[in-house]
Design a protein around this ligand. Structure first.
Ligand SMILES: CC(C)(COP(=O)(O)OP(=O)(O)OC[C@H]1O[C@@H](n2cnc3c(N)ncnc32)[C@H](O)[C@@H]1OP(=O)(O)O)[C@@H](O)C(=O)NCCC(=O)NCCS
Length: 189
């Protein structure tokens, strides 16, 4: 899949993208709300391999696309939408940019496009996003795109890989199809 926006090309990952991902995933600004050590190159290889594997699934219900600058091809970050199955009515999104490119509206532009994949290609009724409350840039992005906060998740000990860590307070945000249709119509009129 490819999606063209005013300034961006969203495209499938290739193995050549690993270095660009690994470069920003060790930046302390990027890591601030992940509460984990820098990603290793091997973890980035696994991430890119997973994105490539999803692109080959049929029927496809998981999309994780590289965000590139359409004028020069430079990789700025990535964003995605996932559902459990093609029949699912709810999906969830994720997005990340290299800190070098923050503050220019690139993530909002890319996520708008991935929401379109969710509501039009996957025919979802609602799209969820989970976000650390303290991650104000991400919270602002979600409100900017019309999401509403529906749930507060209190801090709790991590059960995953980093069991000695406390997971911070998070929020669950939701965007419903009718709200998106309303916002989208306003955007293109
Ligand atoms: C979350 C994240 C993607 C947000 O990045 P961001 O650059 O703030 O978001 P955008 O690219 O949409 O840029 C929006 C900002 O650019 C500004 N901007 C400048 N030019 C703009 C333009 N042409 N169009 C739109 N916004 C523009 C906006 O005013 C806004 O600034 P503000 O938030 O201070 O009001 C980024 O912080 C990130 O990658 N963090 C690490 C990963 C992460 O936390 N992911 C989310 C997990 S839930």
């Amino acid at each position: 899949m490819e999606k063209l926006t005013e300034r961006l090309l969203l495209r499938e990952f290739t193995k050549q993208d690993v270095d660009a991902i690994a470069e920003f995933r060790r930046d302390p600004r990027y890591l601030e709300y992940y509460y984990r050590p820098a990603y290793t190159r091997e973890e980035c290889v696994r991430f890119v391999d997973t994105c490539i594997a999803w692109s080959k699934e049929s029927p496809r219900c998981k999309f994780q696309l590289a965000i590139t600058d359409r004028s020069n091809g430079i990789l700025l970050g990535n964003c995605g939408i996932r559902t459990e199955s093609i029949e699912s009515q709810r999906g969830d999104i994720g997005y990340e940019l290299s800190p070098i490119y923050w503050g220019q509206g690139f993530a909002s532009e890319a996520v708008r496009s991935i929401l379109q994949v969710g509501f039009e290609d996957l025919d979802l009724d609602e799209i969820e996003a989970r976000c650390v409350v303290a991650n104000k840039r991400s919270v602002r992005l979600l409100y900017r795109l019309g999401f509403e906060e529906i749930e507060h998740v209190p801090p709790r000990p991590s059960r995953g890989e980093f069991v000695d860590r406390q997971l911070p307070e998070r929020s669950v945000f939701l965007l419903r199809r009718d709200k998106w249709t309303h916002c989208y119509r306003r955007m293109i009129s």
